[in-house]
Design a protein around this ligand. Structure first.
Ligand SMILES: *Cc1c(COP(=O)(O)O)cnc(C)c1O
Ligand SMILES: [Zn+2]
Length: 369
């Protein structure tokens, strides 16, 4: 059952739906099963934990083997820190976790075509999984998006629709298309969020039950953070962990609606002036699930940081020195960690979210090559 975060109205998950009639976003129950007895003899992908995603039981697993990304320890500034390489997924970003689960739901509902709006990693991930599932996929993006950013999405077979005008115009166009075609939105859909629960389950297994003091991650719409919170909450309700790591979301100073909301104690995104940022993957000006994201940060005892363009650039250079080839967005997380007081840096895991190979030209420019 879906329930609306705003008005509490419920809907069957067998209904193809992406938000409540009142306009609110949908949520799924917290008390799901963690398949501890059965997963030991399954393969190493997010599907090891399939019962936790609350999918209809007849849903297939549309999979490319995503998940179980490595954890690598480095010494930075005299302190050990662990990185989870969540850019090593089939389409090159963690968004494959969400796309795999959401496209599996679509397949179960008999959806033959979907629309989505994203000029980056979410579009590529949805296009990849739709290709596997045999679902037609139309991706809307602003006309000003460089063609290079859409090549991967196109090559997977998605139809890219370029919309003249602002990002808001693209938003309006996809909503219009959503009146007649399923909206497989990474920003709205709670099943996309469910896929990210797997990060918590993997950490729990990979670290043999140890709970890090904090997880530091780039924060855009917050679906990644919300999902990871839900994963740890599932482990807690199953009695497998006592505490949840502090979730530390890092926004770019140039686009920080959730940072401002957290500072001001709001329960929705704050209206802020947006400027362009190197961390394009977290430039989300109006995150629709903001209330759930802020609640997850607060309930984990975490916080939201904001980092400058200079510190993103410097942290990206540092990542390269350690051999991590990520997109600049991922460097925001390291910049946030470096901003923490020493006592709070200890025992952290930094999540690296997007592969650098997608953005080599931009990376070359940033570092003056
Ligand atoms: C989407 C994305 C993020 C932010 O994830 P949200 O769920 O929007 O908070 C961070 N890094 C990369 C590389 C991304 O593609
Ligand atoms: Zn509602």
């Amino acid at each position: 059952m879906y329930s609306c975060y705003s008005c509490g109205k419920t809907y069957s998950i067998l209904e193809p739906r992406w938000r409540c009639d009142c306009g609110g976003f949908l949520t799924l129950p917290e008390n799901v099963t963690f398949p501890r007895e059965t997963f030991a003899n399954r393969g190493y992908s997010i599907w090891r934990y399939r019962e936790s995603y609350y999918l209809p039981s007849h849903a297939p697993s549309i999979s490319l083997g995503e998940g179980w990304t490595p954890i690598v320890t480095q010494r930075i500034d005299g302190m050990e820190v662990r990185f989870k390489l969540d850019y090593l997924l089939p389409s090159g970003s963690f968004k494959d976790r969400g796309a795999s689960v959401l496209v599996s739901l679509c397949k179960a509902l008999g959806i033959e075509e979907l629309v989505e709006d994203s000029s980056g990693n979410a579009g590529a991930a949805m296009a990849a999984y739709c290709a596997v599932a045999g679902i037609k996929c139309r991706i809307f993006a602003p006309a000003y998006t460089p063609d290079g950013k859409l090549i991967q999405t196109r090559l997977y077979g998605a139809l890219v629709v370029k919309v003249p005008g602002t990002r808001q115009d693209t938003n309006d166009a996809v909503l219009q298309a959503a009146a007649t075609t399923y909206y497989g939105s990474h920003l709205w859909n709670p099943f996309f969020v469910q896929g990210h629960m797997s990060v918590a389950f993997e950490l729990w297994e990979q670290l043999r039950g140890e709970v890090p003091q904090s997880l530091v991650l780039p924060l855009g719409s917050g679906g990644y953070l919300e999902g990871i919170y839900r994963g740890f909450r599932t482990l807690q309700l199953s009695g497998l962990v006592r505490t949840i790591p502090r979730l530390i979301g890092v926004q770019a100073h140039n686009c920080r609606p959730l940072y401002e909301a957290f500072q001001l104690g709001l329960d929705g995104a704050a209206p802020v002036e947006i400027q362009s940022t190197l961390a394009e993957g977290i430039a989300v000006s109006r995150p629709p699930r903001a209330s759930a994201v802020l609640e997850a940060v607060r309930r984990s005892g975490g916080t939201i940081l904001s980092v400058s363009e200079d510190s993103i650039r410097a942290s990206h250079a540092l990542l390269l020195r350690y051999g991590f080839y990520t997109e600049p967005t991922s460097a925001a997380a390291l910049a946030g960690w470096l901003q923490l007081p020493h006592s709070e840096r200890e025992n952290a895991v930094i999540l690296l979210t997007g592969h650098g190979l997608k953005e080599s030209e931009k990376i070359a420019r940033i570092h003056g090559l």
